[in-house]
Design a protein around this ligand. Structure first.
Ligand SMILES: [Zn+2]
Length: 138
């Protein structure tokens, strides 16, 4: 019974990690694999990692301005000197779209990773259940 409840906790952690990763715009397959290996520790990691979707959203909604890295005041996107604190700010890359499309994995790969992760979870579950019930002769 201890093994079974441990397994249930583990699976809950894996599912929670997958949901958290998906909500934060991160690789679901990668986080599921990590959760299978590390279990509840991954859930803590998934909870503290920054939200990629939110970061993309904040950088996307600012069309003509961006926050100063030193004083956090809104300055012009093309500015090289902050008008509030007077410090030199690094020039912004003009088109972030090209980088985004390059770093994003193709859709089929994402679905493939999810399918593999799902199959791994099911296989893991099947093996543990077979070992638990199949080997019980007492
Ligand atoms: Zn500033």
């Amino acid at each position: 019974m201890v093994v079974l409840s441990f397994l249930v906790i583990w699976i809950v952690c894996i599912v929670a990690c997958a949901i958290l990763a998906d909500n934060k715009g991160r690789s679901v397959g990668g986080w599921v694999v990590l959760a299978i290996v590390l279990g509840p520790i991954t859930l803590l990691l998934a909870a503290v990692v920054p939200n990629l979707k939110q970061e993309q959203l904040t950088s996307a909604d600012e069309t003509g301005s961006r926050p100063c890295p030193f004083c956090a005041e809104r300055i012009k996107r093309q500015a090289v000197v902050c008008s509030y604190c007077g410090r030199d700010v690094p020039r912004m890359a003009p088109v972030p779209e090209a980088v985004e499309t390059q770093s994003a994995p193709p859709k089929w790969l994402v679905y493939f990773a999810r399918a593999v992760a799902g199959a791994l979870v099911l296989a893991f579950l099947a093996v543990v259940l077979i070992l638990h019930f199949g080997g019980a002769t007492h």
